[in-house]
Design a protein around this ligand. Structure first.
Ligand SMILES: Cc1cc2nc3c(=O)[nH]c(=O)nc-3n(C[C@H](O)[C@H](O)[C@H](O)COP(=O)(O)O)c2cc1C
Length: 148
């Protein structure tokens, strides 16, 4: 089994939202959401370059990437560290694009970012340190999101 367990795969594929951090040429951080973040293999995540000018240009110069995928209701998630490859043509690009079309992604995809995951770490809110159960936390945040 690869670094991405079935539990992690199910989690990421359900959330489908990665907050992607790259390093800019001036060494400043660059963080942006990618709502097309899904699992590709036992050790790879992918996301699309649809409107991701800075993320893509940063990764061309420095392929190191951090991705956080968090369930905002359950207040837990995963942080991934990896190395990115940009694919913008060829058979693998077409195959992945077809997978995205099957997921309902209709936007023009300029590139696919393939991330080889080097580490995957569970992250939980400090709320859990207070002894609250997942159900209690879920119920509180469901209420918060549903109120005006
Ligand atoms: C909820 C959400 C999901 C997004 N998903 C994607 C995505 O999957 N791919 C993409 O290219 N842009 C996506 N975007 C748009 C980029 O995050 C946005 O254009 C951002 O400014 C790009 O920053 P960058 O140039 O640093 O990558 C998304 C934006 C939001 C708000």
């Amino acid at each position: 089994m690869g670094i991405l367990t079935q539990e992690i795969k199910d989690f990421v594929n359900k959330q489908r939202m990665g907050f992607v951090a790259t390093v800019s040429p001036d060494n400043s951080p660059n963080l942006s959401p990618k709502g097309t973040t899904v699992v590709y293999t036992d050790e790879h995540l992918i996301f699309t370059g649809i409107r991701s000018e800075h993320t893509l240009s940063n990764l061309e110069k420095n392929p190191l990437v951090d991705i956080n995928v968090v369930n905002p209701i359950k207040r837990k998630g995963y942080r991934f560290k990896g190395t990115a490859t940009i694919i913008s043509e060829g058979k693998e690009f077409e195959n992945i694009l077809n997978q995205y079309r099957d997921l309902g992604i209709k936007s023009k995809v300029k590139a696919i970012v393939l991330v080889k995951v080097n580490s995957a770490e569970l992250i939980t809110s400090p709320l859990y340190d207070l002894g609250l159960s997942e159900q209690e936390i879920e119920s509180e945040w469901t209420q918060r999101y549903s109120s005006d």
